[in-house]
Write a protein that binds this ligand. Structure first.
Ligand code: OAD
Length: 240
């Protein structure tokens, strides 16, 4: 249910920033990491252990097995009405920034441009030694080749636990969070920092905070409006 007050604010807003998480892709069939009291596990290992900088150092083949599995799941996933609704938002607002924690590439597939990908992209790899990037879309399992420049090992181009965010990404997101009037937190458990901190930056800078999530999160009490619905229903309904 979207309140009339929120509709008014949405209609008037000029500067809008949206942070998305795994929940926005749930209706596309992409499993979330948390939710319903459960956390993802791979071969008995919690996902934050297999998706860690330590695992890349100690067992890169196993990290690839996990990411190839996830890329296999994504092969059959398409953007849903929430991704498509957001793809139209740059036309509505003078300034619009879409920031995502997702690595699935579904915002771009729906037509969003200049998405700030805080956690990288599962369809890319980079060389552990020289940093050269490779497009690995459609190559499943990934080719176990070494880098064609320096013979270093390739690894997924995603941010793992214990790693820094891509250079400049958080700064761009932070600038937008600081300057926006309206900040949406969509489909994220709001537990992983620094991404979750963006909503706090926005709120402290005077933005109206809106959460779109069928479940309560640590962010809920902090928000001015909560739309307790699936993103695929809520975002198109707001956009009408
Ligand atoms: P989580 O799996 O932690 O949270 C997903 C959220 O989406 C939960 O709050 C659900 O209630 C909500 N949700 C489920 N279905 C939804 C729907 N249809 N519409 C809207 N919301 C829905 O995912 P994230 O918060 O994205 O990082 O996780 C943050 C980071 O933790 C990920 O980027 C990943 C993970 O570790 C890295 O891999 C570095």
């Amino acid at each position: 249910m979207i309140s009339e007050k929120l509709r008014e604010i949405f209609e008037r807003a000029q500067r809008v920033c949206v942070l998305t998480g795994a929940g926005i892709s749930a209706e596309s069939g992409v499993p979330t990491f948390r939710g319903g009291g459960q956390s993802a596990v791979w071969k008995g290992m919690p996902f934050d252990e297999i998706s860690s900088a330590r695992m890349v150092r100690e067992n890169l083949p196993e990290v690839w097995e996990w990411f190839d599995y996830r890329r296999g799941v994504l092969k059959d996933c398409a953007p849903n009405p929430a991704h498509y609704a957001l793809a139209g938002w740059p036309d509505r607002f003078a300034e619009f920034t879409l920031v995502t924690q997702n690595i699935d590439g579904l915002h771009a597939a729906a037509g969003s441009r200049a998405v700030v990908e805080l956690h990288g992209n599962i369809h890319r790899a980079y060389c552990n030694v020289c940093g050269k990037r490779f497009d690995i879309r459609g190559k499943i399992p990934h080719s176990p080749d070494d880098c064609d420049e320096c013979a270093g090992k390739l690894r997924p181009d995603v941010v793992l636990f214990g790693e820094m965010l891509p250079a400049g990404a958080f700064e761009r997101a932070g600038r937008s969070a600081r300057s926006c009037e309206l900040f949406f937190v969509v489909g994220t458990s709001a537990l992983v920092y620094p991404a979750a901190g963006l909503a706090e930056i926005a709120k402290r800078s005077g933005a109206v905070l809106v959460e779109v999530n069928p479940e309560a999160t640590p962010m809920t009490d902090f928000c001015d409006f909560t739309i307790r619905e699936k993103a695929g229903l809520a975002l198109p309904a707001l956009t009408i």
